[in-house]
Write a protein that binds this ligand. Structure first.
Ligand code: TYD
Length: 203
């Protein structure tokens, strides 16, 4: 049986990670692998309801409440979607996961980073990605890619996204074995080629 593998895709809004996740999915399926795609927030079912609140609620949302909603969604995603798929030997590709909480709620919003890491660990039951790809782009490019139709998170401003980006780079420095940074300013096919080069060493 194929060995389960858990890969997460990370980066600031507009970095192009979702496009790359879909390209990798096609590549792996063509090679005969069983793949499961999921995302945070909002894998499916209850997660979609939590996503709706997180991205579209237009009243006040405290930073701590925001953190717990992302974590609640994560616990559901791990228990109901990710862990069962890993156990079935699938390759799980997850669009955002624990590092998003550290980058956005920790570095971005300014909540205590060590506490976020502890809460992440509770939400995931200690399950960690085998590999995390961080798609790195400068803020000007990512803001341009996001465009003017912004959701609640995307309306957080340029300074916020600078902190998020630097947060990801800092995390990558702390965990060089798990987190690989990819230059996502390059053309889509070049970035895809980079992704494949890294993934092949894990298959
Ligand atoms: P989404 O539309 O999925 O954006 P993207 O395509 O860039 O992933 O929206 C998810 C938003 O939620 C995004 O702005 C990042 C944010 N987020 C957090 O702030 N913390 C988290 O833990 C997660 C999972 C996402």
């Amino acid at each position: 049986m194929q060995k389960g593998l858990f890969i997460t895709f990370e980066g600031a809004d507009g970095c192009g990670k979702t496009t790359q996740l879909n390209l990798l999915n096609d590549y792996l399926i063509k090679k005969g692998y069983k793949v499961l795609l999921t995302r945070e927030p909002g894998g499916k079912g209850l997660g979609e309801k939590i996503r709706e609140i997180l991205l579209n609620y237009d009243g006040e949302v405290s930073d701590r409440c925001e953190s717990f909603l992302f974590l609640a969604d994560r616990a559901q995603n791990i228990d109901v979607i990710i862990n069962p798929a890993i156990k079935q030997g699938k390759i799980v590709l997850c669009d955002r996961h624990t590092d998003s909480s550290v980058a956005y709620q920790g570095y971005g919003r300014g909540l205590d980073i060590e506490q976020i890491k502890i809460l992440n660990n509770l939400a995931t039951n200690g399950i960690q990605p085998d590999l995390t790809l961080v798609f790195d782009v400068d803020i000007e490019t990512s803001m341009q890619r996001v465009g003017s139709d912004k959701d609640r998170m995307e309306n957080s401003g340029k300074e916020f996204f600078n902190r998020v980006r630097n947060g990801y780079l800092e995390l990558a420095k702390q965990s060089p074995d798990r987190i690989k940074v990819i230059d996502a300013t390059k053309a889509i096919d070049k970035v895809h080629k980079n992704v494949i080069e890294i993934i092949e060493t894990y298959l």
